[in-house]
Design a binder for this molecule. Structure first.
Ligand code: GLA
Length: 518
């Protein structure tokens, strides 16, 4: 979930936007009411067009005292700052911090005829315009919870015996993803050699959704004119395709989600031809308790098993409620273990190195998901991206590229398509990765592989190149002779049968495949 989504609030369809306005009380004011009218204190609903036939809806609570405005954006409870209201014009800001990034959103507006014509600009980006109307506190309340199924262990759907590999639209394109981009990425997945290297799923993340039709069936918005044709296109390339929703009324981006329509949506995805669903908690948190996540996810797990098409089930609830303990029981194939990744070293490092304690939960068909890859998005050095790739592969994490596959540098291609490193990720034994040593910024970790060899990573999380060493016995490798291969240099390394040490660049990695002869 991103702070900007809270700030701008959920997206709603044109129809429900109009409905929200229609239910807003119209005030007929006499002259004596004019002073009250120009006091902004109260609840407001702000509707901003997404330019795809849908609107983003957010609720504001404003308090005016003289020319000073205070209050909050109700979703996320973000306080407004630097608020003023003078001569019919208002200004305020909202500052949030997430994953080592700061977001400053500036709202400017003009009160006209009881409405506020508003401009919203995030981090100096282009302005989006919308209209705010008065509303009530009650209008903001979430729907009542639905009855939840009795807990039971669902059968395994038999999919993704090795960690899923593919691409997801969110990290690079976020709300800009459309039919054309998805097709171009599918083309590029084949043309670049990514498909041959093992990548298969083309996953559309949030912002594809339109409104529900009169039968409650979900539609796609203007950016996706024909979902079935798009699925057919992706399948014609020999690839598979994924879609996104959530158990609440709205997705994290504020689009329509599956609350109360779980089976109907699963059936629609199957009819369109989707092969993968990422199911994102988000607004369900306003309705259900975190301890109710398992039955909520079970409901969609059951719906997918009944929809008549094999669909990978990807749980996204940021690792709450120890999901690794029950994700497989709701027929989940993978589950996010943390909040969102960002294209910066600190966040990637924080997420990646926090995964070892829960490694023993992985097994064929059921994977911990430390979030999608940022390789090629420009916020990290090549050494940092090699660390990202090595760590995700050592952890047997899903490999979902998050960059623009149609525009990749040679370096990005070499990192994403390093088949020797990918083979570690895809090792059929799915043994857990383990820490051998963790001294200051030096981390040595390893994983036993199906062929009896061992993958070993020497990570340098520090700010200077460092000599890192290990005794082979610390990674369970012992024998008369030891053969080691450097998986980034693609060459054999000559090593003693007792220990090994090498210089590792700042934020870099040396990744070896090691085998002992008795
Ligand atoms: C959440 C998820 C992200 C992405 C966005 C889309 O933040 O964790 O991976 O799906 O929602 O709105």
């Amino acid at each position: 979930m991103k702070p900007e989504d809270f700030i701008l609030g959920p997206r709603v369809s044109r129809r429900s936007a109009l409905r929200a306005l229609a239910s807003t009380p119209v005030l007929l004011l006499g002259a004596s009411d004019l002073a009250a009218q120009t006091n902004l204190t109260g609840y407001w609903v702000l509707l901003i067009s997404n330019n795809d036939g849908t609107f983003r809806k957010s609720f504001l609570y404003l308090q005016q005292s003289g020319s000073t405005l205070t209050g909050k954006i109700v979703q996320g409870q973000h306080a407004i700052s630097n608020g003023t209201f003078r001569d019919g014009r208002l200004h305020f800001e909202v500052v949030t911090h997430y994953a080592y990034q700061t977001y400053r959103t500036v709202y400017t507006g003009r009160l006209q005829g009881g409405k506020i014509e508003m401009q919203v600009r995030r981090n100096g980006g282009s302005a989006r315009t919308g209209t705010a109307h008065r509303t009530t506190r009650e209008a903001m309340l979430p729907p009542k919870p639905l009855p939840l199924p009795e807990l039971r262990d669902l059968p395994d759907n038999g999919l993704v015996r090795t960690p899923p590999m593919g691409w997801n639209s969110w990290n690079k394109f976020a709300g800009r993803v459309d039919d054309k981009i998805v097709r171009s990425v599918a083309d590029a997945m084949v043309a670049s050699g990514m498909h041959k290297a093992g990548y298969e799923y083309i996953n559309i993340d949030d912002t594809w959704e339109g409104e529900r039709d009169k039968n409650g069936r979900i539609t796609s918005n203007k950016k996706f004119p024909d979902m079935k044709a798009l699925c057919d296109y992706v399948h014609s390339k020999g690839l598979k395709i994924g879609i996104y929703s959530g158990p609440g009324p709205e997705t994290c981006g504020g689009y329509v989600a599956s609350f109360g329509h779980e089976q109907q949506d699963a059936n629609t995805y199957a009819e369109w031809g989707f092969d993968y669903l990422k199911y994102d908690w988000c607004s369900a948190g306003r309705i259900y308790k975190n301890t109710e996540m398992r039955p909520v996810y079970q409901k969609m797990g059951e719906a997918l098993l009944k929809c008549g098409r094999p669909i990978v089930f990807s749980l996204c609830q940021y690792g709450e409620d120890n999901v690794w303990g029950w994700g497989a029981k709701v027929s989940g194939n993978l589950w996010r273990t943390t909040g969102d990744i960002k294209d910066n070293w600190k966040r990637m490092d924080e997420i990646g190195f926090s995964q070892f304690a829960i490694q023993h939960y992985i097994r064929p068909g059921h994977w911990n998901d430390p979030d999608m890859l940022e390789i090629g998005n420009g916020g990290m050095t090549s050494d940092e991206y090699r660390t990202h790739m090595s760590l995700w592969c050592l952890l047997a994490a899903p490999l979902l590229a998050g960059n623009d596959l149609a525009n990749m540098s040679e370096d990005t291609k070499q990192i994403l398509m390093n088949r020797e490193v990918i083979a570690i990720d895809q090792d059929p034994a799915a043994h857990p990765a383990q820490l051998a040593s963790y001294v200051r910024d030096q981390v040595v970790a390893y994983r036993k592989l199906a062929d009896g060899s061992t993958a070993v990573c020497l990570f340098n999380r520090g700010d200077h190149a460092e000599e890192i060493g290990l005794e082979w016995s610390a990674v369970g490798v012992e024998g008369r002779e030891i053969q080691a291969r450097d998986l980034w240099k693609h060459e054999a390394v000559s090593v003693s049968n007792v220990h090994y040490s090498t210089t590792v660049p700042t934020h870099g990695v040396v990744m070896l495949k090691v085998k002992a002869t008795a």
